[in-house]
Design a protein around this ligand. Structure first.
Ligand SMILES: [Zn+2]
Length: 486
């Protein structure tokens, strides 16, 4: 046990009780009155769990002066300033959309290979996904770092209006600094970098595909950065930024015929029109927080031929995954009804989902303290709603982790102004702060066994409560009995 390992669980708990500075964090994940009622007992238990962790005392202890940590953080900052900010600029200037990020990936993996990492390309069957392991890895704990690199699909071509171009360099700075530190200090620990394509696209949701393939299973903790107009962190708990989503595609097949003899055909486009109307018919009997929005991807090719194929693509959203399942079943039935009513056939594909992730205060609060310590700007003192560190919820509900979001822009998300900021002072400063804070937190996680135990305890506790919450919701959302007609 190293000298930095002065942190004992009982000390943390006693310090918190003594100072009684723990303020209950409002749990804002429950967006509807029904969810809040169902979560009542879970929220009470969560408050007890969080109180037992003594997070404020933990933050004070971890962020106190530490020469070894500061040296590793300085190495990450130096890598950013000397090479990696320039690498980020290069990727910003050469944007590539999801699943086609071949040149960006070559730049990132080339840098990793030059710094002692062994790269495995095309993991989980995704050509632009990769895993890079430090060649001198030395057992547990394993520090996982997620990189993204896809650009947005704009009308004028690809552009980095979400600044994913900097995520690779930020994560690599932390990965290299920590890997070098662990190997020179001969401490146990491993560093693995995960290249995850197409954050802005599905199908497929690449992180879920990689998770299902077991790609992340070695990681004890996962970190990731994301650009932001303000410096933020989520509250502890479970939730998602933008509702639970089911991506669902409805493909109708009919039969072609001359439009003047349309009785010889079956019209797939009419089926799609019925689907939209059926969904509008449902709206008064679905919960008001539901969002069902779709587009028609294919609707025929010529006005003198009955369309024998039509495709509609929907994002079906609800604040929780339990009612979402009921909602998706109703929309699927609306599609089946549309097919029956038009003599066509429908294929239903639930091609991807975004679900609640878990955020742990013992990571989020420490990470946030480091962001402010290293000079992050436009700091949002209020905690955001609980959400996982990645968008699908699949990884962030299975492995503890944290997303770093220092201010990196003054513009809104997905804008050309935000892309410009990636090349400007506000971007460069924020990226550097993200890299430093990420490195500091990974240093603490790697060098303090008691901290790892605490993070695990909070994560396991929250995950169990998440399960209880889902069960409570399942009991709440009854499906009305519809009798057979007499
Ligand atoms: Zn993004």
């Amino acid at each position: 046990m190293s000298i930095t390992e002065s942190l004992s669980m009982s000390l943390i708990i006693r310090a918190a009780a003594l100072l009684s500075i723990f303020v209950a964090i409002p749990l804002t994940a429950q967006e509807t009155p029904t969810e809040r009622a169902a979560a009542h007992e879970v929220i009470r238990k969560m408050a007890v769990l969080e109180q037992s962790l003594g997070v404020p005392a933990l933050v004070a202890q971890l962020t106190a002066p530490n020469a070894a940590r500061d040296a590793v953080v300085a190495r990450a900052e130096q890598l950013m300033k000397s090479e990696l900010l320039a690498l980020g600029d290069d990727i910003t200037r050469h944007p590539e959309v999801g699943f086609k990020e071949t040149e960006s990936v070559k730049k990132l993996t080339g840098y990793l290979e030059a710094h002692g990492f062994a790269v495995e390309m095309g993991v989980a069957g995704l050509p632009t996904a990769f895993v890079a392991r430090y060649r001198k890895n030395n057992g547990a704990p394993t520090l996982g770092i997620i990189l993204e690199y896809d650009a947005l699909r704009g009308t004028k071509g690809a552009f980095h209006g979400d600044q994913h171009s900097a995520q690779g360099p930020i994560g690599i700075a932390a990965a290299v600094a920590m890997a070098e530190y662990l190997s020179t200090s001969k401490l146990p620990g491993s560093v693995i970098v995960y290249g995850t394509p197409a954050e802005e696209m599905m199908p497929p949701p690449s992180k879920t595909v990689m998770h299902d393939a077991g790609v992340f299973k070695e990681a004890d903790v996962i970190v990731r950065s994301h650009s932001s107009p303000s410096t933020t962190r989520p509250a502890h708990g479970f939730g998602s930024c933008c509702m639970n989503i089911s991506g669902t595609r409805y493909t109708f097949s009919g039969a072609p015929a001359h439009q003047l003899q349309a009785w010889n055909g079956r019209n797939a486009l009419t089926a799609v029109v019925h689907l939209f109307n059926n969904i509008d018919g449902l709206r008064s009997n679905i919960r008001p927080e539901s969002r069902v929005q779709g587009v028609i991807l294919e609707g025929g090719t010529a006005p003198n031929v009955v369309p024998d194929r039509a495709v509609a693509d929907f994002y079906i959203r609800y604040p929780d995954a339990v009612y979402l399942r009921q909602l998706v079943a109703m929309v699927d039935d609306a599609a089946r009804g549309a097919a029956l009513g038009t003599g066509t056939k429908v294929k239903i594909e639930h091609y991807g989902s975004m679900q609640d992730g878990i955020s742990v205060a013992s990571l989020a609060e420490v990470g946030f303290a480091y962001l402010t310590k290293y000079g992050a700007t436009n700091v949002d003192a209020e905690r955001g709603k609980p959400q996982g560190f990645e968008e699908t919820g699949s990884v962030s509900s299975a492995i503890p982790g944290i997303g770093f979001s220092a201010q990196t822009t003054t513009a809104p998300y997905h804008t050309y102004e935000m892309e410009s900021d990636a090349l400007a002072e506000v971007g460069h400063r924020g990226f550097s702060v993200d890299a430093q804070a990420m490195t500091a937190l990974l240093f603490d996680f790697a060098t303090r066994p008691a901290y790892r135990v605490l993070v695990r305890r909070e994560f396991d506790g929250l995950r169990a409560l998440f399960g209880e919450y889902q069960q409570a919701l399942t009991r709440t959302y009854m499906v009305p009995m519809v009798p057979d007609p007499q």
